[in-house]
Design a protein around this ligand. Structure first.
Ligand SMILES: Cc1ncc(COP(=O)(O)O)c(C=O)c1O
Length: 396
């Protein structure tokens, strides 16, 4: 018999979708994949080269659990220059992807019976990660008509003496929202007043559009910083999803506790990836700039195309690499005799008729939306949108 912990865990809808796509691929069907949040770019050559040098130099043994000192120093430098946060090396832990940093943070802070506020729509793993600790995820639904902004008033309503932490993600997957200084400052004040922690997932920090700016909540004051665990990683910024490298900054006591946990779970992150991470942070950032410029073009193109479709309503996004159009106008229409009633039906219809994969919004607690990722080539996005437009003409 499996543990209750696992029985109660919802399977990842994005992983299920990947299985479906593999089956269609085996049938020889060409699918345009606008579902996955993985950059289509190669890891920049200077970063891969640093990994090859690490292997040649036999840097292939266990590192310190919290990560090799060279990488932690590079992360401190990055936090100071990019995020305006001063962390010491013993306030940094290197992890196997940002995912492990999030799990470490939650497992380190939460007891059974605690509550963790999760703002929805949210990334697929947050709710399950909180449940895994025994704590209760308390969902707070942000308003799409308000651009999913960080609404302090509705957050305040759910705070009680069981509130242990809030999870925030700015820029946001899937909504593309970017929280501004005033909103973050108000959240920081709430955390101090009601004595809870803020786990701030900033993995999309470089993907910012227009005149928006990424603000790290830990940079806003020393008192706020004490309550924040700042999380980021290499997967998105440096197109390093498969290297599995992330990190967190926080107080010495919390980071030490996270390292204690990690020491029993996985030990230090992959040593070769850590050397690649040092080059990523200290080497040329030209390739990052190039990738971001490309995302800007794709985003604009996709937004224009979506806004030209009557059945779809699409808000602008400020960051990350997703758009989350509202497709609820299509609910009630029929495809091959079947009435489409929710975002899963729309996703299935687009896959079957247009051969385009997107993620149903319900996976992110956004039942009226779908998520389209534009970390795919402009050519594929164009073809995907042509197919989507054509498929909509097949609805009764
Ligand atoms: C919001 C968010 N946080 C964390 C992650 C995980 O990143 P990593 O690959 O570093 O584990 C993702 C990946 O999609 C994400 O979207």
């Amino acid at each position: 018999m499996l543990s209750n912990r696992i029985i109660n865990m919802k399977p990842s809808m994005t992983v299920n979708l990947t299985d479906k796509l593999e089956a269609l691929k085996r049938e020889g069907i060409d699918i345009i994949r606008l579902n996955i949040g993985e950059p289509d770019f190669q890891t920049p050559a200077n970063i891969s080269k640093a990994a090859k040098v690490a292997v040649d130099n036999d840097f292939t043994k266990y590192t310190q659990v919290a990560g090799c000192i060279e990488l932690r120093e590079a992360i401190c430098r990055k936090f100071e220059l990019d995020n305006n946060i001063k962390y010491h090396t013993d306030e940094i832990i290197v992890t196997t992807g940002a995912k492990q940093a999030l799990n470490n943070a939650l497992l380190t802070l939460c007891n059974k019976g605690d509550e963790v506020i999760v703002l929805t729509p949210c990334w697929v793993s947050y709710i399950e990660m909180v449940k895994l600790t025994g704590a209760k995820p308390v969902l707070v639904d942000l308003d799409g008509n308000e651009g999913f902004k960080l609404d302090i008033e509705i957050i305040e309503k759910v705070i009680c003496d069981k509130t242990k932490a809030i999870l925030i993600n700015t820029p946001n997957n899937p909504t593309g929202a970017v929280y501004n200084k005033k909103e973050l400052l108000n959240l920081g004040k709430l955390a101090i007043e009601h004595d809870f922690y803020i786990i701030s997932d900033e993995i999309y920090e470089k993907f910012i559009y227009g005149d928006n700016k990424h603000i790290s909540i830990a940079s806003l004051s020393e008192d706020i910083k004490k309550r924040v665990i700042t999380i980021s990683g290499f997967s998105k910024t440096y197109a390093m999803t498969g290297w599995r490298l992330g990190y967190a900054g926080g107080t010495k006591a919390i980071i030490k506790a996270m390292a204690n946990l990690q020491g029993h779970m996985t030990s230090g992150a992959n040593s070769i990836a850590q050397k690649a991470g040092v080059e990523a942070l200290l080497g040329s950032q030209d390739s990052v700039e190039k990738m971001i410029n490309e995302y800007k073009c794709r985003r604009k193109y996709l937004l224009d195309r979506l806004r030209n479709i009557n059945e779809i309503r699409c808000m602008d996004s400020k960051g990350a690499f997703y758009l989350m159009p509202d497709i609820s106008k299509i609910y009630g229409r029929k495809y091959r005799g079947k009435t489409l009633i929710n975002s899963i039906d729309i996703a299935d219809f687009l896959l079957e008729e247009a051969h385009v994969a997107i993620v149903p919004g319900i996976a992110f607690e956004a039942p009226n939306n779908i998520r389209i990722a534009y970390c795919n080539s402009l050519e594929n996005i164009k073809e995907g949108m042509n197919r989507i437009e054509k498929s909509l003409t097949k609805l009764d």
